[in-house]
Design a protein around this ligand. Structure first.
Ligand SMILES: Cc1cc2nc3c(=O)[nH]c(=O)nc-3n(C[C@H](O)[C@H](O)[C@H](O)COP(=O)(O)O)c2cc1C
Length: 194
């Protein structure tokens, strides 16, 4: 058995290396959800926070992924840091962060990103870029120099990991795989053939 912190500490040490080595977006991770008829659906999102309670990302709740998550909270995350030749896979349920947490993160974003959250009807059809530009101009004028509040349709999810797999590139494709399975307040571990 491994203690609760072990895979998070290991993730943190790999993430710190990735922040030094990756060309850009070391926090980018693939997020896989499922459609109502059971088809996989995946896209990249950015990891914005993590600790032993889980891995946090933010998005538009009315986007495809947002709707999928409200029907089925089970997700898979995947980090691939090419510069390190390392992969981390995470599986678990995504639950909404609190309004207070989402507000605090939203207010830490650049003003342009906050306006963008209002302007983008993420995942819905758009006639052309001019529509987005017009909406950005409208919301910029609406909020003028005042506060830009968090739209209610924009928030975050925390993925509570039940499985975390660490994969390291090895010579001759003999990669190293270590899997942590959540077991109450601790983890069982196993190694897998590559
Ligand atoms: C590197 C990268 C990071 C991204 N980060 C986010 C993110 O944090 N949140 C988000 O909603 N979309 C993010 N996107 C855009 C998504 O991949 C996706 O296009 C968008 O969220 C719509 O997905 P959906 O239609 O499946 O909901 C990112 C895209 C890339 C390439």
């Amino acid at each position: 058995m491994a203690d609760l912190n072990e895979p998070f500490d290991l993730f943190n040490s790999w993430f710190e290396m990735a922040k030094e080595k990756e060309l850009n977006d070391p926090s980018a991770m693939n997020l896989a959800t499922a459609t109502p008829d059971g088809r996989p659906s995946s896209r990249m999102v950015l990891l914005k926070d993590f600790d032993t309670t889980g891995f946090v990302f933010y998005t538009n709740l009315e986007s495809n992924k947002g709707k999928q998550l409200s029907a089925n909270a089970q997700v898979a995350l995947n980090f691939h840091w090419k510069s390190l030749r390392k992969q981390v896979r995470i599986e678990g349920a995504a639950t909404p962060v609190s309004d207070e947490e989402a507000d605090a993160y939203f207010q830490s974003r650049p003003r342009g990103s906050r306006i963008g959250a209002w302007a983008s009807d993420q995942s819905r059809p758009m006639e052309g870029m001019f529509v987005l530009e017009r909406r950005v101009a409208e919301f910029t004028a609406k909020f003028h120099v005042g506060e830009v509040p968090r739209p209610l349709h924009w928030s975050g999810f925390r993925v509570d990991p039940q499985l975390i797999e660490f994969w390291s590139d090895g010579k001759f494709r003999l990669h190293e795989r270590i899997v942590y399975h959540r077991d109450g307040d601790a983890w069982t571990t196993e190694r897998l053939f590559p």
